[in-house]
Ligand binder design. Structure first.
Ligand SMILES: Nc1ncnc2c1ncn2[C@@H]1O[C@H](COP(=O)(O)OP(=O)(O)OP(=O)(O)O)[C@@H](O)[C@H]1O
Ligand SMILES: [Mg+2]
Length: 489
C-alpha cells in the first residue's frame, strides 16, 4: 500500500516533469519549424524569381529573333542549380522555344495561367515550386519563362527537424527522470513518510510516534511540523483523558468498596439486632404462655384476653424476625449453580398447596422442562413465593387458573407465574418488591410483605431481573430472568 503511494506521488511528479518539458519543447520546435518553413519558402521564391528575371532579360533577343539555340544556352546556365528540376522559355503563342530539365526529370507540358495583369506568379505543390514570369520587351509581353524547383530540400529539412525533435525529447525525458528522482527525495519522500506515520497512528492508536521533519521543502516541513504538533496535542489530551478515566475508575471502585462494606455492616447489624431480639421475645412469649397456663384461674376474662393479645403479638413478631433473618441469610449465603428443572419444582409446590386445601378449584398449567441455571435452593424459594402468592391472591375467587411458563423477549428467556386472582393497582407495581410493602390488608390476605423482596434479592444475585404486571381483580403476572452462565459459579 505504502509502496503504491510512493510510486504514485513520484510517478506523478515524473509525469508532470515529462509533460511540461515535452509540451514546451514540442511547442518551441513547432514554432521554430513553422518560422523556418515560411522564411525558407520565401527565400526560395525570391531566388527563383531572381533567376527567372535574369533568364527573361537574357532571352528577349532569342525570342525576338526566334533563336532556340540562344535560348537553350541561356537555360543551360541553370545546370549549376541542383534544385531546379525543369525550366523553359515559351513564345507568346505558348509554344516552347527552349526547355531544360535536370537528369531524370521531364519538362512541363502544360502551364497554369498567369493571373491577369500579373508579371510573375508562383505555385507550391507537394514536391515542387513552380514560378512563371512574363518576358517583356518595350512594354509588350513577348513570352514566358518558367522555373520549377524541387522541394526535396524542404522535406529533407522537415525530416532533420523531426529527428532533432525526437532526440531532444528523449534527452529531456531522461533529464526529467533524473530531476524527478531528485524531487522524489525532497518532496515525495517526506509526504510518503507522513502518510505512513498517519496510517500507523490510526492503526496502532499510538500517538507518541512522530513524522520525520527532514524535508528540503518549506511547505512540506510546515505540514510535517503541524502534523506532529497535532499528534502532540492528541497525545496530551489522550493521557489527560486516561488519567481522568483512571481517577474515575478508582473513585468508582472506592465507592463500591465503601458501599459493599457499609451494606455488609448494615446487614450484620440487622442480623444481630434481629437475632438479639429473639431472646427477649422468646422470654415474653414463654412467660405469657406460663402466665396463661398457671395463673389463668386468677385472671378475669379481660385479663386472659390481654395475655392472649401479648402472645399473638409476640408470635407475629417472631415470624417477622424470622423472615428478616432469612432475607439477610439469602444475601450472604454461598451460591451453588446447577441445572434446575423449574417445571418439576412448580408442580410439586402446587401439589402440596392443593393437599392443604383440596376444596379449592384451581387449575394449574405448566410447560415441560422449563430449565434454568442457578442455585437450586434459592430458585426453590423464588418459585415457592411466587406460586404461594398466586395461590393466596386467588383464594377469594370460586375458580382460579395459575400458570408457569416462559416467553422470549430481546433474545432472552423470560419465566413467568400468572394468575387470575385479585390483582393489584399497576401504579404500585414496583413497590411490591420492597420489604414489608403490601397492597392488600392482612385481614383480607394475611402476610408479612417479605416474600417478593426475597424473590428480588435472589433474582438479582443470579444477575437477572424481576417485574410485575397486574390489574385490580384481573390477576397478576410476575416475570423474571436468570442471567447465570451455563456453568458453576
Ligand atoms: N399474585 C398476586 N396477586 C396480587 N397481588 C399480589 C400477588 N403477589 C403479591 N401481591 C401483592 O404484593 C404484596 C407483596 O407480596 P409479598 O409476597 O412480598 O408479601 P405477602 O405475600 O403479603 O407476604 P409474605 O411475606 O408472606 O409473602 C402483597 O401484599 C400483595 O399486595
Ligand atoms: Mg407472599
Amino acid at each position: 500500500m505504502a509502496e503504491k503511494r510512493t510510486r504514485s506521488i513520484s510517478g506523478r511528479l515524473m509525469m508532470m516533469n515529462i509533460l511540461v518539458s515535452g509540451i514546451a519543447l514540442l511547442l518551441a520546435c513547432a514554432g521554430f519549424f513553422t518560422y523556418d518553413q515560411i522564411t525558407f519558402r520565401q527565400s526560395l521564391v525570391r531566388t527563383l524569381s531572381a533567376q527567372a528575371q535574369i533568364i527573361a532579360s537574357n532571352s528577349v533577343s532569342a525570342i525576338l529573333f526566334n533563336d532556340p539555340q540562344a535560348a537553350t544556352t541561356t537555360l543551360s546556365a541553370l545546370k549549376s542549380f541542383s534544385n531546379i528540376s525543369s525550366a523553359g522559355i515559351l513564345r507568346s503563342d505558348g509554344k516552347p522555344l527552349a526547355q531544360y530539365s535536370a537528369a531524370g526529370q521531364k519538362p512541363l507540358v502544360t502551364l497554369p495561367q498567369l493571373p491577369k495583369g500579373g508579371g510573375e506568379a508562383h505555385w507550391f505543390g507537394t514536391k515542387h515550386l513552380l514560378l512563371i514570369r512574363q518576358i517583356v520587351s518595350q512594354g509588350k509581353s513577348i513570352g514566358l519563362v518558367y522555373l520549377r524547383a524541387d522541394l526535396h530540400e524542404i522535406n529533407q529539412r522537415l525530416k532533420r527537424y523531426a529527428t532533432i525533435t525526437i532526440s531532444v525529447l528523449l534527452i529531456s525525458l531522461l533529464a526529467a527522470l533524473l530531476v524527478s528522482g531528485a524531487f522524489r527525495k525532497s518532496v515525495a519522500q517526506p509526504i510518503v513518510q507522513l502518510a505512513n506515520t498517519a496510517q500507523e497512528v490510526s492503526r496502532e492508536k499510538d500517538y507518541s510516534v512522530r513524522a520525520s521533519t527532514i524535508a528540503d521543502n518549506e511547505e512540506v516541513r510546515v505540514l510535517v511540523t503541524s502534523f506532529n504538533q497535532m499528534l502532540q496535542e492528541i497525545q496530551q489530551r489522550d493521557s489527560e483523558l486516561q488519567q481522568a478515566h483512571d481517577k474515575l475508575e478508582q473513585r468508582v471502585s472506592d465507592r463500591t468498596r465503601e458501599l459493599v462494606s457499609a451494606n455488609k455492616e448494615l446487614e450484620a447489624f440487622s442480623y444481630s439486632v434481629s437475632h438479639d431480639l429473639r431472646g427477649p421475645l422468646d422470654a415474653i412469649n414463654g412467660f405469657a404462655y406460663l402466665m396463661l397456663k398457671q395463673y389463668s384461674a386468677n385472671l378475669d376474662p379481660q385479663g386472659r384476653n390481654l395475655i392472649e393479645q401479648i402472645r399473638s403479638g409476640g408470635k407475629r413478631m417472631t415470624e417477622l424476625i424470622d423472615d428478616l433473618l432469612n432475607l439477610s441469610r439469602i444475601t450472604s449465603s454461598v451460591m451453588h449453580s446447577a441445572k434446575v428443572d423449574l417445571s418439576t419444582i412448580a408442580r410439586s409446590i402446587m401439589e402440596e398447596l392443593c393437599r392443604t386445601a383440596p376444596e379449592r378449584k384451581v387449575q394449574f398449567t405448566t410447560s415441560e422442562n422449563e430449565e434454568a441455571f442457578g442455585d437450586p435452593h434459592l430458585l426453590q424459594i423464588v418459585m415457592e413465593n411466587l406460586l404461594r402468592n398466586s395461590w393466596k391472591y386467588t383464594s377469594h375467587h370460586q375458580e382460579a387458573h395459575i400458570e408457569f411458563g416462559h416467553t422470549r423477549a430481546e433474545g432472552k428467556t423470560v419465566f413467568f407465574v400468572k394468575d387470575d386472582g385479585s390483582g393489584f393497582d399497576p401504579r404500585w407495581a414496583d413497590r411490591l418488591f420492597h420489604p414489608f410493602q403490601r397492597l392488600h390488608s392482612s385481614v383480607e390476605f394475611p402476610g408479612n410483605g417479605i416474600g417478593l423482596a426475597t424473590v428480588r434479592r435472589i433474582i438479582q444475585r443470579h444477575g437477572g431481573e424481576v417485574w410485575a404486571q397486574g390489574e385490580i381483580e384481573k390477576g397478576a403476572t410476575f416475570y423474571f430472568t436468570l442471567n447465570l452462565p451455563d456453568k458453576n459459579v
